[in-house]
Design a protein around this ligand. Sequence first.
Ligand code: AMP
Ligand code: GLY
Length: 424
Amino acid sequence: MLILVIGQGAREHAITQTLLKDKNVEVVCAPGNPGIAKIARTSTVSPNDADSVLALAKELTADLIVIGPEAPLVAGVADILRAHGFAVFGPSKSAAELEGSKAFAKEVMKAAGVPTAQAFLCVTVDEAGIALDKFGAPYVVKDDGLASGKGVVVTSDRQEALQHAMACIDSRDGGAVVIEEYLAGPEVSLFGISDGKTIVPLTPAQDFKRIFDNDQGPNTGGMGAYSPLPWAPDDLVAQVQKNILQPMIDEMAKRGTPFVGLLFAGLAITSSGVKVIEFNARFGDPETQVVLARLNSPLSEVLYAAATGKLDTQPMLQWKDQSAVTVVQAAQGYPDNPVTGAAISGIVEAEQQGVLVYHAGTTMDHFGNYLVNGGRVLSVTALGSDLGDARRRAYQGVERISFTGEQHRTDIALAAAQGEIKVP
Ligand code: AMP
Ligand code: GLY
């Protein structure tokens, strides 16, 4: 089976590496990155350029196309590939609106009876001010459109909240802001793989959104993750499947826009039950790195079954008993102004210790040296007998790798490993 993976992050590196474990699978990744290029063929295609992606898929006679990032999904690349008869893992433009528009996601959740934070969509600053005062602090202010996880401000400072609301409204024509109730409780990322009818949940993970230790500083795309969640209720996955994932899939099918791909539920476990913070229409990054590290079933078969409407014939997914931790090494200045160009050393040495080093913002110079080329640079991932062990191994890898201005959190999976996370 020839699989074309679209994207260039650590997520696509992990997806490619996991697919390549399966028998008779060949992967081409476009555009990929220097880490992916070490394990698979890459092709210089821009993910958002549907015509070029289609031409590549035809040239390769791809059996399956897996679309990693949100931008090509929201731009409708999956629709064009499907219209030409390709099996695609990734939702249509209409279904990807669950991620592309927070207001749309809220509307579908309401129709499906899925629990989420109360929210108002505001298009003027006056409306935003009224909404802020209705909920009170801490304020949650979200850009209605795509913002790579950075469009959300959670703050107790009303002025800062109002300023972000204004920036979202002014950011483009038709700009709007969602202001919502603050959900208190530990967060969970749960992925479900769907063929539009059935949805198969994966194992839950937790992400670390803020740039600094102890959840300080601005939100990022994610600075680390771990799985499993020893503190989570035993029936968490079953509960989310029944009350959140399946109702969303049913509602999307009912609307004539079935969701085929990965539905990512960002959840908060609150004192009044599990509630949705947001949906994404794709694998999460960095959660994918830890979720796939623990997968024992053949990923290619599950994704192909989803893309061809046959998920109900798949055996149950099998997971390793081991724990996985990933730590993101980010560039100086990330998330606001990442500085590129620094030389990276120690990747090979870290790999020799047994960690998986997934590339994201890297490039290679003419001499074969890796250079920093983006905000999140590497995702260092380790398996261990428990979270403490996986953490120790991941950080040993991180210690080996250095570049000027490198930043990483030192507390990924720490509270969970120490048994300090409490469910309200
Ligand atoms: P989002 O992009 O919607 O996932 O938001 C990014 C992060 O902001 C989330 O992972 C949460 O940490 C935080 N957040 C978003 N919405 C809420 C909310 N209603 N209550 C509490 N925290 C939130
Ligand atoms: N780590 C969160 C995301 O992928 O959006």
